[in-house]
Design a protein. Sequence first.
Length: 82
Amino acid sequence: MEFKIDKFENHTLIKVLEEKLDTHIAPTLKSELVLVSGNGEKNIILDLSNCRYCDSSGLSAILVAQSPVQECQRDVCADRVE
């Protein structure tokens, strides 16, 4: 599994389980982020605590997901907790 999704009352937490956010998992993550935001989730937390590397495709997944969320006055928060 590349990431884990937990839905809570006021937010959805998406935890990336891989050490690399790269071309292998970025398309799937991008699709999931767009799906979650499209389902009306107002607050999405992206937990990158397991990630040690993010290439341009990983960054693109995060940024592309941010666009439709901003249009709906929602928040995406990316965090790396150590």
